[in-house]
Design a binder for this molecule. Structure first.
Ligand SMILES: [Ca+2]
Ligand SMILES: [Ca+2]
Ligand SMILES: [Ca+2]
Ligand SMILES: [Ca+2]
Length: 247
């Protein structure tokens, strides 16, 4: 996220570097959003256990800078939860699982094939949405679009972002992704949204993984959602689960 850079540039580059400190696992130049030349990597698979590195640099070495920028990272383990069609409207949205990680496809080329996912947020929560448009890493790609909503006086407006995904260069020439960030003003049910800007785009290979992370308004140090009790306080006996430990 470089759009608020007061330095001379918002044209970042982002590299995931392997444990040897030199091997590139994945590189991206311009898949980010808000500032069109910002960077996004989604769904990079960690091959072996170890210490990995994220490198942020400016496109033009030594002469321009991003000051400041935000770097959002989410590490997911296991497998995403598959979407369940039909989820083509906010009214039929799939609830996001607790880890915010889902897999899906724009299964047919039709404007009505939209995928909606719901989540509950508290006032001041920030979401980070990361959309991997080639989860198989087979370079069979498609131009997906990512949205978040709903907003507006009638709560019917969705904000979409749609990077062209055409600016990728070696060594990862064609792994498009989308990234989006939003802080919500009011508590409520919100929606993550995946489709394509073109009704002609879609089919069995138009697959994606979507990871939605919640940064609570009160920083907990980890990804989580704070659920406020509407009941009277209860005594916790022997806790079986601990949510969001504070440091
Ligand atoms: Ca860039
Ligand atoms: Ca779908
Ligand atoms: Ca759908
Ligand atoms: Ca796109």
């Amino acid at each position: 996220m470089t759009s608020f850079s007061a330095g001379s540039s918002n044209d970042s580059q982002l590299t995931l570097v392997a444990s040897d400190g030199t091997t590139t696992v994945e590189f991206d130049d311009d898949n980010g959003t808000f500032a069109g030349l910002s960077s996004s990597i989604a769904g990079a698979v960690i091959p072996t256990t170890g210490t990995y590195f994220l490198r942020v640099n400016d496109f033009t070495a030594g002469t321009t800078s991003e000051r400041p920028y935000e770097l959002h990272l989410r590490v997911q383990s296991g497998a995403p939860t598959a979407e369940v069609e039909a989820n083509d409207t906010s009214a039929t949205a799939n609830p996001l699982p607790a880890n915010g990680w889902v897999s899906g496809a724009r299964g047919v080329a039709a404007a009505t094939e939209q995928d909606w996912f719901s989540l509950n947020l508290n006032a001041g929560d920030t979401v980070y949405l990361s959309l991997d448009l080639d989860p198989e890493d087979d370079l069979v790609v498609w131009n997906g679009r990512l949205g978040f909503g709903l907003f507006g006086d009638a709560s019917n407006q969705i904000l979409v972002i749609d990077d062209a995904g055409t600016g990728d260069v070696a060594p990862n020439p064609n792994r498009p992704s989308e990234a989006m960030f939003m802080t919500v003003k009011t508590a409520g049910t919100y929606f993550a949204f995946v489709d394509s800007a073109s009704a002609a785009v879609g089919g069995p290979t138009a697959t994606y993984h979507l990871s939605v992370s919640v940064r609570p308004a009160t920083q907990e140090g980890v990804n989580c959602t704070t659920y406020l009790s509407t009941d009277v306080p209860k005594t916790i006996g022997r806790p079986a689960l601990v949510w969001c430990p504070r440091r």
